[in-house]
Ligand binder design. Structure first.
Ligand code: ZN
Length: 305
């Protein structure tokens, strides 16, 4: 059996309003269930422009992936030239639609840009405040608290894990790696299940060495091996909008290949039924082909506790 968990990250207002509905339709037509992680608060995407000046490789990535086309010019002005709109509050019914369709729903931070650009400098209390703000919106709309969290921009620190431990998340998906584990920072082991993204993302590979969306689909298909479970992160802004047809083709091809789709939360439950079998691994800073700046990566497995 080849198994794939699709993790949909929703970073922006455009991704939420314009990307989520088509993705829900694509999944429904195929009888698939996925895991959605939504940035609950303001869309400050315009501030990401400042990464032009502070992060090597960002301009190159913006141009290669034609970011204005992917994200829309308006999105790139939010939080700078235009005020930052609130993502979930713009259409709370859409958040409820995600779970009504049978998908899992978790938190992808409060202010995505703030987390992605500043996490390394934030103390635990400031990070906890971001989590509380996100949970407050989630609870207001859903009537209960989120039990899953995925870090914006795959940014994760000891302080962010400590903050996440104080909320009742049953698992997190903060890093890039090769399989589920308990994360360790230096001497501190965090007893919270981490299920990393294991596959490259479309926006990373597009244009890298001339790759097309078709090449990306082919690469994902070849990475799914019998007996393996993989996690693919898609972006509502990308796969839900400009590259929707290519993503639909990938889903069809994977179904033809006999891939079984599962929600991250279901996999987490299976794993947590036998926690002693879950290995530990350090979280290390790393870089990925096609992605600007460092991300949190799973280090070599250290075996079970
Ligand atoms: Zn994101």
């Amino acid at each position: 059996m080849r198994r794939l968990a699709i993790k949909v990250d929703v970073d922006t207002l455009a991704g939420f309003q314009e990307g989520v509905p088509p993705l829900l339709a694509l999944f429904q037509e195929r009888g698939l269930r996925a895991s959605f992680f939504v940035a609950m608060g303001p869309d400050n995407s315009g501030q990401a422009i400042w990464r032009l000046f502070t992060r090597k490789g960002f301009l190159h990535k913006m141009l290669r992936t034609r970011a204005p086309r992917l994200y829309g010019l308006k999105t790139l002005a939010y939080g700078t030239l235009l005020p930052a709109p609130m993502i979930v509050a713009s259409e709370p019914g859409l958040l409820r639609q995600v779970t009504a369709d049978g998908h899992e729903l978790g938190i992808h931070g409060y202010d995505h840009v703030h987390w992605q650009d500043h996490l390394g400098r934030l103390p635990q209390e400031a990070i906890h405040l971001e989590l509380l703000r996100a949970q407050k919106i989630f609870i207001k709309v859903m009537g209960y608290g989120a039990t899953a969290f995925a870090a914006p921009g795959w940014q994760c620190t000891a302080a962010s894990l400590a903050a996440l431990m104080t909320e009742n998340f049953s698992y997190v998906s903060n890093t890039r790696g090769y399989g589920p584990y308990f994360p360790r920072f230096e001497n501190r082991l965090f007893p919270i299940l981490e299920i990393p993204t294991t596959l490259p993302t479309m926006d990373e590979l597009l244009g890298l060495n001339g790759r097309t969306a078709r090449d990306f689909n082919q690469e994902i298909r070849s990475r799914l091996r019998p007996g393996q479970s993989e996690v693919l992160t898609v972006h509502a802004e990308v796969e839900g909008r400009v590259y929707r047809d290519d993503f639909a083709r990938l889903l069809d091809q994977l179904q033809t290949d006999g891939v079984e789709f599962s929600r991250l939360g279901d996999w987490a439950q299976e794993l947590l039924a036998a926690p002693q079998a879950i290995p530990t691994a350090p979280v290390q800073e790393g870089t990925l082909p096609g992605r600007a700046g460092p991300v949190a990566c799973q280090g070599p497995s250290e075996g079970q506790t």
